[in-house]
Design a protein around this ligand. Structure first.
Ligand SMILES: Nc1nc2c(c(=O)[nH]1)N[C@H]1C(S)=C(S)[C@@H](COP(=O)(O)O)O[C@H]1N2
Ligand SMILES: [Mo]
Length: 460
């Protein structure tokens, strides 16, 4: 006689219908980041075999480069992914369902037997509970991998504020590689898993949705099945609605959808209240670690300027009329600080470079005393085509410099001569080259890349 039996407990169904789609959404948003720019390439030394992705790829799929959107999406979904993951693990622990999911002492041997049996060898199947050893191992491995993805992701997202974590993972570049390899692992798992589900057939799929299998009476199973599928459908519609809501466009075309933008703002508040401190220093490197820094971005520096005629306009807080015009020599009277650190561009590359100049904190104390009270510093190129805004804590960070030297040489025009900002607690976008004007203000200054949807804060 057939008996209606519970095939999958709640934890397993949760695993499939919530963790799994969220993981896919994370991979998708990661991919949106990856189809950003040139730096993602496969090559040996300086020889590039191909880029992620080649130009024809964008043309073929009609895709624009969507780095800003991809990042906003990734750092929004990461909350859902993390909260859901923690809830899932807590649930399996408290409900005791982990006992059926976690591998035990015999699992490795049993998994091998299952694999050999499936491959057609004449090996008897080991006795099994609800889940066989291979399932136990993969389910647990995926959960551990999810945790590792969060950890490596955080280490990449905030390598300065959580520098000990980044260091523990082997540094910024290693953390990036680890994060990427985990993703490859999911993709492989996903491919195998889908194939297995397809092979196992309808009854198995039905059990994965409803949790029940083998009917004593077909009607009771049919009822459970209908109810579960309706639940799944409602969930899918809700998820789709949530997705649409998150992506509601704003009025400005180039901007990131406002709801994603607010999450970036929320993330900034979390970081600034929970971990930000000007005592957190960016790791520094010996001179031997320096690698060539290529020129990246030339907005506001395309025209040649007469360096002898150049002056830095300084507007202290609330003193529009008291703007001073400084020569480079005057800035160079401030103590000179040199530091070698890993310069990080938001596109994903980083280079160890050395810069020397005056601390912006020292500069502010001398040439704009009192302006430390302002909320922001805004800077512009002389022609005002590139401009940035940074929060005061970032500006007063002891490693934030007005730099006039790079790698022991006077700054070259392409790297921002005569004076550029070096702010290691921010992505490269904030490190404005060829500063023409500095203004201390309580109103958030305009920011070139924020207008193209990038995170205004851009803190590391
Ligand atoms: N004036 C100006 N400053 C700028 C940019 C720019 O286009 N114009 N690009 C920014 C970006 S995105 C980066 S990564 C760094 C690159 O600095 P580099 O060109 O010295 O490597 O400069 C930043 N400062
Ligand atoms: Mo950049």
């Amino acid at each position: 006689m057939k008996v209606l039996q519970e095939k999958h407990k709640l934890a397993t169904r949760w695993f499939h219908w919530l963790n799994f789609p969220l993981l896919l959404a994370m991979i998708y948003s990661g991919l949106v980041i990856y189809w950003a720019y040139d730096p993602y390439r496969v090559g040996v030394g300086n020889v590039t075999l191909f880029h992620f992705f080649p130009d024809w790829f964008y043309g073929f799929f009609g895709l624009g480069q969507q780095l800003a959107y991809g990042m906003a999406l990734h750092f929004t979904l990461a909350w859902l992914f993390a909260i859901n993951g923690v809830a899932y693990v807590l649930y399996t622990l408290i409900s005791g369902e982990w006992r059926e999911l976690a591998p035990d002492r015999n699992s490795p041997r049993e998994a091998l037997q299952v694999a050999m049996h499936d491959a057609g060898f004449n090996v008897p199947l080991p006795p099994q509970g609800r889940y066989n050893a291979a399932q136990r191992i993969t389910y647990t491995a995926i959960v551990l991998m999810g945790g590792l993805s969060l950890v490596t992701g955080l280490a990449i997202y905030k390598p300065v504020q959580i520098h000990w974590l980044t260091a523990a993972l082997g540094g910024y570049q290693w953390a990036r590689l680890e994060h990427f390899c985990l993703t490859l692992g999911y993709v492989a798992f996903f491919a195998i898993h889908i194939a297995q589900v397809a092979r196992a057939g309808w009854a198995n799929f039905r059990a994965m949705v409803s949790g029940w299998d083998l009917a004593e009476s077909e009607t009771s199973l049919a009822w459970r099945t209908r109810r579960s599928f309706i639940g799944l459908g409602v969930g899918a519609v809700a998820a789709l609605g949530g997705w649409k809501w998150l992506n509601t466009p704003g009025s400005e075309e180039a901007d990131t959808p406002p709801h994603l933008r607010s999450v970036l703002g929320f993330n900034e508040r979390v970081v600034r209240s929970a971990v930000y401190g000007n005592a957190h220093l960016v790791p520094t490197f010996p001179a031997s670690a320096i690698r060539p820094l290529k020129k990246n971005g030339d907005f506001g520096i395309m025209e040649e300027i007469d360096l002898t005629a150049w002056r830095l306009e300084v507007v202290p807080m609330g003193a529009e009329d008291k703007a001073a015009k400084l020569t480079l020599a005057e800035i160079q009277t401030l103590p000179k600080v040199e530091q070698t650190f890993e310069f990080k561009c938001i596109e994903g590359w980083s280079v160890v470079t050395s810069f020397a100049g005056a601390r912006l904190a020292d500069f502010t104390a001398k040439y704009a005393a009192g302006s430390e009270q302002a909320a922001f510093v805004g800077m512009k190129t002389p022609d005002e085509t590139y401009y940035i805004g940074i929060d005061m804590p970032g500006a007063l960070h002891p490693q934030t410099l007005l730099a006039y030297e790079m790698n022991g040489q006077p700054l070259t025009p392409e790297h921002g001569a005569p004076l550029r900002l070096v702010v290691p607690v921010k992505y490269g976008i904030k490190n404005i080259k060829r500063i023409g004007r500095i203004e201390y203000t309580n109103e958030r200054p305009d920011d070139y890349w924020a207008e193209y949807g990038y995170d205004y804060y851009a803190g590391l």
